[in-house]
Design a protein around this ligand. Structure first.
Ligand SMILES: Cc1cc2nc3c(=O)[nH]c(=O)nc-3n(C[C@H](O)[C@H](O)[C@H](O)COP(=O)(O)OP(=O)(O)OC[C@H]3O[C@@H](n4cnc5c(N)ncnc54)[C@H](O)[C@@H]3O)c2cc1C
Length: 402
């Protein structure tokens, strides 16, 4: 058994949230060990320019190097075609290894292992891990839970959106096409297509996970092709695609864990809150929560009298973000009016509520609220607007309240 000191924090999960938390905590002077393993499944995701900026600003230069140049993004939604904006494409396995290279350069202790069991025994965390056939038990006073959607939900109060699943697969073809991305609606779901420009097409089909026609793994590709037929009128001709591979099913239900922080643990990234991929920016949101988490942990551990304020600050932020992203997703679903009677669309156009996503930037007043300041959560004067009820502390690097 390896005994760890109170100021030695274990971070569970080696994705963007685990990496950003580990780095932030190390910079605040903690000994950090990152536990986890990079998934070797083929997953393609799209990120925006601001994620690349955030990666570079926060020291994840190797990860930022794994990102593609911008590719145009088209949408076929509600029977209309638009060129929406651009996206940058990442292959998640490569990207996550990039994050680990950055952590290695920063001197963070990383242990490539499977986390088998985590329990709190009389205030101590006991984490059983295996690597290369060897078992070990680690003990810590504080853990950062960053195992994404794999983080156990038991004993946590959770809120969930409509149950969704994303089926993904790659096809080969011999057509000459420039790289691009397409997001398209179909009668019982939506499809995201990444055309690599090098003879391969990655497809992600999101449907309701309670759909009784969902296939077994071997039948994922034909099931997806059947749904892709609906896009022929939009010029997407999957009949020319061959040799399907890398079939995968990924849960994509929106989940909020209300109980995401205490005096001995914090959940960051997808482990705290996951949004419907349609509302986008999962990696950005994960990085964002992981970038404020170190200040929350620092306050909880080093300023016990401020502990409850730091805990409420983090919990309120995660809850606020979840609701906002849920409404953003709902607004995208509502832009599709052809299928509003179909069960998939009906459930998502009405969830989470009927409230507007954004309210006018009308100023309500000023209040003293917690903010992230010099590695701690501290109270400051902030500007409260209808749209930003948690308050705005800084605008362009200057205090919003003078
Ligand atoms: C279908 C789908 C499509 C998406 N598309 C996009 C997109 O295009 N753009 C975007 O920005 N976001 C997208 N997202 C969201 C994005 O994937 C997540 O928000 C982001 O990866 C969360 O980062 P994280 O670090 O919190 O969790 P993860 O990235 O899930 O990282 C968790 C880490 O913990 C490790 N781990 C878990 N359990 C164990 C264990 N028991 N032992 C050891 N290691 C373990 C995993 O291997 C992984 O390395 C998508 C999500 C889904 C489901």
């Amino acid at each position: 058994m390896s005994k760890l000191f109170p100021e030695h924090i274990l971070v569970l999960g080696a994705g963007p949230a685990g990496a950003a938390s580990a780095l932030g905590l190390k910079r605040l002077g903690y000994r950090v060990t990152l536990l986890g393993t990079v998934r070797d499944t083929h997953r393609i995701e799209g990120i925006s320019k601001r994620v690349i900026e955030s990666l570079n600003i926060n020291g994840f230069v190797e990860a930022a190097e794994c990102v593609s140049p911008p590719v145009p993004r088209y949408s076929y939604w509600n029977g209309e075609k638009h060129q929406a904006n651009v996206e940058h494409i990442i292959q998640r396995e490569t990207f996550d290894h990039g994050l680990l290279k950055d952590l290695e350069r920063e001197g963070i202790d990383y242990r490539d292992c499977m986390i088998r069991h985590v329990e709190n025994d009389s205030g101590k965390w006991k984490i059983s891990v295996t690597s290369a056939g060897t078992e070990d038990l680690l003990v810590a006073d504080f853990i950062v839970e960053a195992r994404g959607r794999s983080a156990p939900l038991s004993n946590n109060q959770v809120r969930k959106g409509p149950a969704s699943i994303a089926l993904t697969a790659t096809w080969r073809h011999s057509r000459v096409v420039t790289p691009h991305v397409v997001a398209a609606s179909i009668s019982n779901g939506w499809i995201w297509i990444v055309e690599s420009g090098r003879g391969s097409t990655y497809v992600q089909l999101t449907v309701d996970s309670e759909d009784s026609t969902l296939p077994v793994k071997q039948e994922i590709a034909p099931f997806m092709l059947k749904h892709l037929e609906e896009l022929e009128s939009a010029g997407i001709n999957s009949r020319q695609w061959q040799q399907p591979g890398n079939e995968l099913a990924r849960g994509s239900t929106s989940i909020l864990v209300e109980d995401c922080v205490s005096d001995s643990f914090i959940r960051v990234g997808d482990a705290a809150m996951t949004a419907d991929p349609l509302s986008g920016n999962g990696i950005f949101q994960s990085l964002s929560s992981a970038l404020i988490a170190p200040a929350v942990v620092n306050t909880v551990l080093r300023r016990p009298d401020q502990r409850s304020m730091a805990i409420s600050f983090f919990r309120d932020r995660i809850r606020h973000l979840y609701t906002r992203l849920a409404r953003t997703g709902r607004d995208f679903y509502r832009l599709e009016s052809r299928y509003h009677n179909e069960p998939f669309w009906k459930a998502r156009c009405d969830w989470p509520d009927a409230e507007p996503t954004h309210l006018p930037e009308e100023i309500i007043g000023t209040e003293i609220r917690p903010v992230v300041c010099d590695g701690f959560i501290e109270e400051r004067d902030v500007l409260i607007t209808k749209d930003q009820p948690l308050g705005i502390w800084m605008i362009d690097g200057k205090p919003a309240v003078t």
